[in-house]
Design a binder for this molecule. Sequence first.
Ligand SMILES: [Zn+2]
Ligand SMILES: [Zn+2]
Length: 391
Amino acid sequence: MNELYEKINKSIEDHVDDYMAMVKQMYDHPELGFQEFETQKLLTAYLEKAGFDVKKGVACETDYVAEYKSSKPGPVIAFMCEYDALPEVGHGCGHNLIAGIGIAAGEALKSIADDIGGTIRVMGTPAEENFGGKVHMANAGLFDDVDAALMVHPGTKNGLGGKSNAINPVKFEFFGKNAHGCHPQEGKSALDAAVMTYIQINLMRQFLEPNTFIHGIIRDGGGAANVIPAYASMEYYFRAPTMKYALEMTEKAKKCAEGACLATGTTFKTSIYECPYEDTLVNYTLADMLKEKYEMLGLEDIQPVNEVGGGSTDVGSVSYKCPTIQGGIKIAGDEVAGHSKEMACATVSPEGKAGLVNAAKGIAYIACDLITQPEKLKAVQDEFKKATQSH
Ligand SMILES: [Zn+2]
Ligand SMILES: [Zn+2]
């Protein structure tokens, strides 16, 4: 093992109790997306003390950018920290551990940065679960000068990350006319338009591309059974392997609503009610590097790149700005579900701690290689350029 890796190990092992104390603090006091004020304070206080130049609330109120510019030129490497929790299950997605991993990797790199050069950025990316902190940060240009963005998500498998679906969240609102339930001829039912749209979207499914998902609910369907509803609304997610196709599905669904409105004499409008997420662009060169590092660390059963993205993540937006990887680290057995209290518990277990150490080492080694081996960085960036040009 080379000397630089040994320094990385030492930094992470020397501070691991501090990292786990922060992970536990977040576990005990989970904060939902865009409400992570205490968490932001906790993490940025640590990073300031560790010698980073910290800015808070750069693109959204609860984000942060902690930078260490070394004395020598070199690439900009970002470590992304998520830290938003979920209602009821707290840190059931393990984002508290992601924050620990990012800070551990950043501090380790900082310990060698003046020898090897480059700029280290620990980026606090809030509200992954709902409002897409990374989308706002990416749109604000915070990843434009980043040469590679690295992170690891905890779960039930060690893995090299993978694709994720683009998601377009669309609200449909229908407008009709109230009338007494016994004089329906004087009214126009917005609910009927919503129900017909719902059914027509379901009928449309078999004509869609594979690996696409549409799920929706009726949010408003009227106030009383004896009143013809003048207003109804539905909320939908359109998910597809690319944003282009998610938008295409959205347009098809609007046609369903048009037909329903024609039939019921109502009107409708649509709006985007949550943050749309891009699909994730995989960087296979980074994935190969993570595999090599995980093997070096003795991790087993490493899952290859997941080619069929199931869910969606705001990491997608970053992946179109710079080469990006979101690896996976096992902290619990297969019986533990994602978004569960059991998964939250795993973040503060011995397995969580081991996961933090291995994941932080893995991405810190990658960062070290990207700074010290220009040909590696070039390979990562050439792949990124090729993939984004053909997109
Ligand atoms: Zn989640
Ligand atoms: Zn998550």
